[in-house]
Design a protein around this ligand. Structure first.
Ligand code: NAP
Length: 242
């Protein structure tokens, strides 16, 4: 029997990341999920016995280095990398502080560069890899109050396409999944008025479920998706059609 492929999912304690872990476990991968706290790590390991949870703060380069060293020590080398961890710090431009801009760019864009850089070399050597970046509908549509977040996610889209061109001949695909309005803690912060405004723009008439994003990630990670690269899968109930 062939060995299970190892998949790494950042931000796996809640929301979309937790659903992605569930999907990858169900499709017979060995999964490493990350959380920013020990509680989150324990939750991942409790939900998925036999799989690994580790602490990682993608905004802190020392934490990233420590995490990568720990994976090396455990002799775990992911062939599937899902860059899912992300944050929002919404504000209109007239009020946006440099710290709100920087935090969002560091968490959503710089982290993708740093983690991908670390894990790319082994993928090139083994001539197989799947890199899947979670972007957002707002990278394509824009969103008032989210100039920082939309810019960071659009940066990830450009990164995805460029890296896809660099490594396609090595059997590595690099794709993005762009969720619309998904029911998680991230959107739970919105006011009822904001939610109603969003819902009125969704032809499907409802928010998406984290599992509906995880299904697309599972597909892009699979052998069935071997000829898809540099692509963004938009999952938004028809909210934004390109
Ligand atoms: P969420 O419910 O807020 O969960 C965020 C996840 O990211 C948590 O697991 C959290 O870990 C982790 N995280 C936060 N800051 C981190 C840091 N500094 N280092 C490492 N991990 C960190 O968010 P979500 O809705 O599932 O979003 C997941 C991804 O989808 C994000 O990239 C988000 O931008 C994107 N997205 C979401 C939506 C949506 O409607 N929900 C739409 C478009 C795109 P802890 O539990 O340890 O805090």
């Amino acid at each position: 029997m062939s060995e299970k492929r190892v998949a790494l999912v950042t931000g796996a304690s809640r929301g979309i990341g937790a659903a992605i872990v569930g999907k990858l476990v169900a499709t017979d991968h060995q999964v490493i999920g990350t959380a920013t706290s020990q509680n989150g790590v324990e939750k991942i390991e409790r939900d998925h016995p036999g799989h690994k949870g580790l602490v990682l703060d993608v905004m802190n380069e020392d934490s990233i280095q420590g995490f990568c060293d720990e994976l090396n020590n455990l002799d775990l080398s992911p062939s599937i990398l899902v860059n899912n961890a992300g944050i929002t710090r919404d504000n209109i431009m007239l009020r946006m502080k440099p710290s709100e801009w920087n935090d969002v760019v560091i968490a959503n864009l710089n982290s993708v560069f740093l983690l991908t850089r670390h894990f790319l070399k082994p993928l090139v050597k083994q001539k197989f890899g799947r890199i899947i970046n979670i972007t957002s509908i707002v990278a394509h549509s824009g969103n008032a109050g989210q100039a920082n977040y939309a810019a960071a996610k659009a940066g990830v889209t450009g990164f995805t396409k460029s890296l896809a061109r660099e490594v396609a001949s090595r059997g590595i695909t690099v794709n993005a999944v762009a969720p619309g309005f998904i029911d998680t803690d991230m959107t739970g912060k919105l006011t009822d008025t904001q939610k109603e405004g969003m819902l009125s723009q969704i032809p499907a008439g409802r928010m998406g479920e984290a599992s509906e994003i995880a299904a697309a990630v599972g597909f892009l990670a699979s052998d069935d998706a071997s000829y898809i690269t540099g692509e963004t899968l938009h999952i938004n109930g028809g909210m934004h059609m390109l």
